[in-house]
Ligand binder design. Structure first.
Ligand code: WQD
Length: 334
């Protein structure tokens, strides 16, 4: 199929483009390079040996640009990654998040409708569950009690997609709720390399290991977990990307709105990650236990059985792979 990937040069988007090309799809990327670099396109081509990928450097909010992309390409399906995703930033600047994430999605859906393209995979997040009542978290758990504007934009878009399908049953929609994506492609050519001071754990660890930051602050060790530090469901970004290929197969065969958790179902603590990273990569990683980060919860990990049963997908890569592949990418990009 010819697939439009919004935000396709980003961390998850680029890994998904690799898997799409390696599964025989053609890819059209629209990316405004706000949180990605243009040379990722060449790296995707180098990894796959394919040139069936085309880039439009445009903002998904730009309806004219979107219309031109659909006019010039016979798009059959869309994977929608594009959006701002920093929790802390969304608290400071909620309007910027609502405008960017919601308006871009509405513009995209309107253009899709105009060209009768009614298959979409939406990049959602486990943060739509807010503070889950228990773990593992299943798709039928309540959503909407979100704790930051970023998560609320994702929750609102899920609602928009639900209502869209209710208005027109020709739509086929997959909503994929990611847990904590880390890792990088084995080639070391693509990965997560955010500018500035990272919010998330693994990008921060990588900067400390590379000597770009002095030490890791571990936000609290008094949580109700096996070692007191926060527990999360880390999933290798390549496993996550493979889940998108399976989701395309699913929405190609039936209409409706399908929601899937993409996680491993295993919870690891911050210290589990730190100790695995040190042991597997044989690096030093100075750290200090500091106060809790506001809004953090003890533990969040997924029940991934629905994706296994309905998509025939499950995560296969280990926490060791995630730590080794992350460091391999960083070493190639210092
Ligand atoms: C993981 C654990 C922290 C940094 C994020 C956001 C959002 C989502 C991915 C898309 C927690 C601890 C972290 C640090 C630390 N993205 N930590 N020191 O908070 O689970 O959620 O998940 O939806 O970005 O919701 O991920 O990587 O920020 O934190 O001790 O410098 O690492 O307390 O326990 P989180 P995270």
């Amino acid at each position: 199929m010819k697939i439009l990937v919004t935000g396709g040069l980003g961390f998850i988007g680029s890994h998904t483009c690799v898997e799409l090309l390696e599964n025989g799809h053609e890819v059209v990327v629209v990316d405004n390079l706000n949180n990605s670099k243009k040379d990722v396109l060449d790296k995707i081509k180098k990894i796959t040996g394919s040139d069936k990928i085309k880039l439009y450097v445009e903002d998904v909010k730009n309806i004219k640009a979107l219309d031109n992309i659909f006019k010039e390409n016979n798009i059959e399906c869309v994977i929608h990654f594009a959006g701002y995703k920093a929790v802390g930033e969304s608290v400071k600047n909620p309007i910027m998040y609502y405008e960017n994430n919601i308006v871009s999605t509405i513009n995209l859906l309107n253009v899709m409708k105009k060209y009768n393209v009614k298959k979409i995979i939406f990049s959602s997040t486990a943060t739509v569950y807010g503070e889950p009542k228990s773990c593992p978290v299943s798709e039928n758990f309540s959503t909407g009690n979100t704790t930051n504007p970023y998560a609320t934009t994702k929750y609102m878009i899920e609602r928009i997609l639900d209502d869209l399908y209710k208005s027109d049953n020709e739509w086929s929609i997959a909503i994929l709720r990611y847990f904590n994506p880390i890792g990088a492609h084995k080639s070391g050519l693509i990965g997560e390399n955010p500018n500035g001071i990272p919010n998330n754990l693994m990008p921060y660890i990588l900067k400390v290991a590379a000597g770009e930051l002095p030490k890791l602050n571990i936000f609290g060790n008094d949580y109700n977990t096996h070692d007191g530090t926060g527990v999360r469901d880390y999933i290798h970004v390549v496993d996550l990307a493979k889940g998108h290929v399976k989701a395309i197969e699913k929405i190609s065969s039936e209409n409706g709105v399908k929601v899937y958790n993409l996680g491993t179902g295993i919870g690891y603590s911050v210290l589990d990650i730190v100790n695995t990273f040190i042991e597997k990569n044989k690096v030093e990683l100075p750290y200090e236990i500091t106060d809790r980060r506001p809004g953090d919860v003890d533990e969040v990990f997924s029940n991934p059985t629905k994706a296994k049963n309905e998509l025939g997908w499950e995560a296969k890569l280990s926490i060791d792979d995630m730590c080794v592949d992350s460091w391999n990418f960083k070493k190639n990009n210092i």
